[in-house]
Write a protein that binds this ligand. Structure first.
Ligand code: P6P
Length: 281
């Protein structure tokens, strides 16, 4: 597993350099979700593919930027799903973006997830890595990722990060989001799930939501590349991650690009989500 973490760290340094120096013009390509790919998306994807290809224990990789999984070593063990540069369009307004990785044992299934990781490219480059034991924060300093601390969530937080298009939210979802604000929760939403969730993790808690809505009944965020890696991290940090009614990691994707409604947060906030959504069943 250390070789995988080292490969992710090397990828992060190369991607950070690409962000700093590259024009982020749009390519002529679209990804499997119909989103026009930025040159930076494609370059970040190739960087990670190259670094992971050097590891014999990696069997297959799946990228948000590629239609199909790619087998690297038929005798390998690990299946790695990644979003190479989530929120990449935010780079051209100088907001933070990130890379997300889910590491699975033998198959792309949430019950086989054994570790997950994300990198946030902001004023500083930070990396969070979760395994069965704990969630660890690292900071890039002088070309090396230095261990900083373990991340733990409080029972309850103060941040509310409501995703999705409000005009399409279900009325009960809107009432729930408004009720958090009425109790003094602070709005913290940049449109980049990596910095938005990183802030909740580092500030001790709160709620991030990207619900199913009339425009996107299955939500927007991809299960393998985005939802499961963060669900793993939030659960290992003492929080919860649900789809509205149950643990989001109880859902099996039918296709590698499947999405799911998702709520990540401290226990208190997620229990409230479950209670509100249960009342609508
Ligand atoms: P919306 C970025 O495009 C992304 O995939 C996530 O990083 C982010 O949380 C979400 O989409 C934002 O979507 O619909 O709120 O703009």
């Amino acid at each position: 597993m250390n070789v995988i973490l080292e490969a992710i760290q090397k990828s992060a340094i190369r991607i950070k350099n690409a962000i700093d120096v590259k024009d982020i013009g749009y390519s002529q390509e679209q990804n499997s979700s119909g989103e026009t790919q930025l040159q930076l998306d494609i370059q970040s994807d190739l960087i990670i593919e190259e670094e992971l290809s050097r590891i014999p224990s990696v069997h297959t990789i799946a990228s948000e930027e590629k239609e199909h999984p790619m087998m690297l070593n038929e005798n390998g063990r690990y299946f790695i799903a990644f979003d190479p540069l989530d929120g990449s369009s935010l780079v051209d307004v100088n907001l933070s973006v990130g890379s997300i990785f889910g590491i699975y044992d033998g198959v792309f299934s949430p019950e086989k997830m054994i570790a997950s990781c994300y990198v946030v490219y902001g004023p500083r480059v930070e990396l969070v890595f979760a395994d069965e034991e704990k969630v660890s924060l690292y900071l890039l300093q002088a070309g090396e990722f230095e261990y900083v601390k373990e991340i733990r969530l409080n029972e309850k937080g103060k941040i509310n990060a409501p995703g999705g298009t409000q005009q399409f939210w279900a009325p009960y979802h809107k009432a729930m989001i408004d009720s958090f604000f009425a109790r003094g929760y602070r709005l913290r939403y940049s449109g980049g799930m990596v910095p938005d969730l990183h802030q909740i993790l580092l500030k001790g808690g709160g709620l991030f939501s990207y619900p199913g809505a009339s425009d996107k009944p299955e939500g927007k965020l991809r299960m393998l590349f985005e939802v499961f890696p963060f669900a793993f991290i939030f659960e290992k940090a003492g929080g919860k991650a649900v789809d509205g009614t149950k643990r989001v990691m109880e859902n099996e994707p039918r296709h590698i690009h499947d999405t799911s409604p998702c709520f990540f947060g401290s226990k208190d906030e997620i229990d409230e989500v479950i209670s509100v959504y249960a009342g609508q069943q």
